[in-house]
Write a protein that binds this ligand. Sequence first.
Ligand SMILES: Cc1cc2nc3c(=O)[nH]c(=O)nc-3n(C[C@H](O)[C@H](O)[C@H](O)COP(=O)(O)OP(=O)(O)OC[C@H]3O[C@@H](n4cnc5c(N)ncnc54)[C@H](O)[C@@H]3O)c2cc1C
Length: 157
Amino acid sequence: MLAKAAVVQLVRIVGKDGVLDSPEELVAYSYDGTYEEHLPDIVVIPRTTEQVCQVVALAASEHLPIVTRGLGSGLAAASVPFGGGIVLAMTRMNHLLEIDEQNAIAHVEAGVVTADLQSEVEKRGLFYPPDPSSIRHSTIGGNIACNAAARAVSNMV
Ligand SMILES: Cc1cc2nc3c(=O)[nH]c(=O)nc-3n(C[C@H](O)[C@H](O)[C@H](O)COP(=O)(O)OP(=O)(O)OC[C@H]3O[C@@H](n4cnc5c(N)ncnc54)[C@H](O)[C@@H]3O)c2cc1C
């Protein structure tokens, strides 16, 4: 059970629309592509790196576990919050910041859907090789964390 003061702090950091805690909302963030499930105490959806830092600092001081989540398509239950606490959902950090065509380097936020990056680079005549069959429902952050689709993925972003 989360202390009310911690909830107030989280709302202060990410805004009211960045905090979910109704039973229905918690269920939506309690499982991934496996049959495992466990409810978090709260879901926090940051928009900036600064907000992520503040949430992590608060969680550390309150001794709250954090499980980071992309699109929850993982097949290892690694985004299931077995210890409760905070699910840090990265889906609003979904901006393609820079595509450096010359050096074939993309600078993107962690919550970018992988297919969005692939289609953006294709418009420029480039190809993003890692190609999990979950490409439309997984994120770059989730791909890197799982080393999904290709060993080279972490060298590509
Ligand atoms: C139908 C289907 C097909 C699939 N096909 C493939 C395939 O072809 N190849 C393959 O390798 N996998 C495949 N997968 C597995 C899954 O899609 C991948 O593991 C994918 O990388 C998960 O990404 P996600 O954004 O959904 O991450 P999630 O499932 O949300 O999280 C997975 C892990 O990454 C961590 N994580 C997520 N975002 C971040 C972040 N920003 N920072 C730090 N850690 C983070 C989570 O904490 C968790 O440990 C498939 C899954 C399904 C359901």
